[in-house]
Design a protein around this ligand. Structure first.
Ligand code: MSP
Length: 508
């Protein structure tokens, strides 16, 4: 069977600020999907990167007294470094200041104009420089302020080139009707659709008087409006990510594009309209996730430190952060995060449910069977819980349900813990006549643990590799996630996977 291709993207992050938990969140979710598809044997490409042009970056550079280019060079490195620190397996990191991106943006947007979708006109309206967004009447908060940044909007009067977005209302409605899963989850699909049905206005394609951006080839002195330049990264990067090889045919259109709810309009309306205008296929799915909320009051220094992704990783490891974010905030909805909730999940679920299960299992195989898992079939009592698990996880991840899929697996982690308690191998070990039964229990525990560890790999890649190595079964392909699919022989003891952490003294 031919391998399917799977292309997943995160938004490209503005280099006007340092990476924070919100950025880590999208990158981790995208990584879970990328890793899962690699487990399936798919041909995977995972892209992330930085958005370096436009007003948000120009304004931040002015505040810091450097050029936008200098600010971008300084900050992009922090985003590039974040991905591996999170355990993210991105195949490429794109920068919109890359001349190859710039050239491709010019090529595509010139085609959009040549196709008759651009015209010269005057823009008069409200604009948020932090969002780099021309706000429509429906998007303006009281007193002409930005509903997202709470700052006053500026009144813009500009002679620009326009993109004929209004002409795409019908094609977009058709797209939404034909592809009810184009935008997920459903509530975001409805939101985007009602935006379209509320009437689409044409939008600036270019900006005059801004010098930090991609120059408009047919009108020197203008640059492209940063959102078009930024959105196109998903497409342009494929043409230069691999030296000497164009991956566009292989991976475009993208399979899943993950974005936060604040940038829904750009990704579910502007983006598909632009692609249609450029005669390019639109992505399969845009998944819109919610916000990580932090109670303002609790953002004490110490709490802030603990929820700084870098600090959490230093102390607990990247797997713990990945697990917590994917588990605690249902992907697609808003959710609060806190140091307390993190520590509770770490203790109760990672250290106790899973870490202890692993240590106990390996220790008992060591103690009762000299470190060799008994070569007997697993206990059929576990079949009902494990039989369709891999398929169920794959089905959920086909809909980017990263929290639900993790829950399915965790239910079985708990099932295996109950199994240990029910069968009490330490009692069986005292009874010579129960040796056969003990063999079955130990084989089942080791095998169940192996299957769960294969399935958990996308969320807990470092832990999974360590534990599968200890079990002597490094194969983490999805096919291996069936009871009995691999044979465990000699196992090695391991250090606690999620060691108890001393309570950190409150930061001064
Ligand atoms: N540069 C644009 C995206 C261009 S994509 C063609 C941008 N950058 S951003 O750095 O401001 O935000 C990037 C992503 O991080 C967005 O999807 C945003 O929703 C996400 N998050 C930023 N803060 C967040 C939370 N507190 N919670 C979850 N994600 C949020 O927008």
């Amino acid at each position: 069977m031919a391998r399917s291709s799977f292309y997943v993207t995160t938004p490209i992050y503005y280099v006007n600020a340092a990476p924070h938990l919100g950025h880590a969140y999208t990158t981790i979710a995208a990584d879970v999907l990328a890793r899962h598809h690699r487990q399936r044997g798919d041909d995977v490409f995972f892209l992330t990167g930085t958005d370096e042009h436009g007003e948000p970056v120009k304004l931040a550079a002015e505040r810091e007294g450097v050029t936008p280019g200098e600010l971008a060079d300084r900050n992009y490195e922090r985003f590039q470094a974040l991905a591996p620190q999170l355990g993210a397996s991105n195949d490429f990191f794109v920068r919109t200041s890359d001349p190859r991106h710039v050239a491709k943006v010019q090529e595509v947007l010139t085609r959009v104009k040549d196709n008759g979708h651009a015209y010269e006109g005057v823009y008069e309206g409200w604009y948020c420089p932090r969002c780099a967004d021309f706000k429509t009447d429906r998007e303006i908060a009281e007193g002409n302020t930005c509903p997202i940044h709470k700052i006053p909007l500026t009144r813009e009067h500009e002679h620009n080139w326009f993109f004929r977005l209004s002409a795409f209302a019908e094609p977009l409605e058709r797209l939404f009707a034909e592809r009810p899963d184009f935008v997920q989850p459903r509530v975001r699909y409805n939101e985007a659709l009602s935006f379209i049905q509320g009437g689409l206005q044409d939008v600036s394609l270019t900006r005059r008087g801004l010098d930090w951006g991609v120059p408009v080839p047919w009108d020197p002195g203008q640059v492209f409006y940063v959102w078009w330049d930024a959105l196109l990264n998903y497409y342009t990067a494929l043409s230069f990510a691999h030296e000497g090889e164009d991956l566009t045919e292989r991976f475009w259109p993208a399979s899943y594009q993950l974005v936060g709810k604040d940038i829904l309009k750009f990704h579910t309306i502007y983006w598909p309209a632009l692609l249609m205008a450029a005669d390019l296929p639109v992505p399969d799915h845009v998944f819109v996730h919610g916000f990580l909320l932090m109670d303002g009051e609790k953002m004490s220094k110490s709490l802030g430190n603990v929820l700084d992704p870098f600090a959490v990783i230093d102390r607990f490891g990247s797997d713990a952060l990945r697990y917590y974010l994917m588990r605690d905030v249902s992907f697609g909805q808003d959710g609060s995060v806190s140091a307390g909730a993190f520590e509770e999940r770490y203790e109760r679920e990672l250290a106790n449910d899973y870490g202890n299960l692993a240590s106990r299992t390996l220790a008992m195989v060591g103690r009762y069977r000299d470190g060799r898992a008994p070569d007997v079939p697993h206990d059929p009592a576990l079949d009902a819980d494990f039989e369709d698990l891999a398929t169920r996880v794959a089905e959920l991840l086909d809909r980017a349900e990263v929290t639900q899929a993790l829950e399915e697996i965790w239910v079985r982690v708990r099932r295996l813990n109950r199994y240990v308690e029910e069968r009490a191998p330490w009692k069986l070990a005292k009874d010579e006549a129960a040796a056969g039964e003990l063999d079955v229990v130990l084989a089942s525990l080791a095998e169940g643990l192996r299957v769960l560890t294969v399935l958990l790999q996308p969320w807990l890649p470092a832990t999974s590799a360590k534990l599968l190595a200890a079990l002597g079964t490094p194969d983490d392909a999805l096919q291996a996630a069936q009871l009995g699919a691999r044979r465990i022989g000699v196992v090695a003891p391991i250090e606690p996977l999620f060691p108890k952490q001393p309570t950190e003294p409150a930061a001064a």
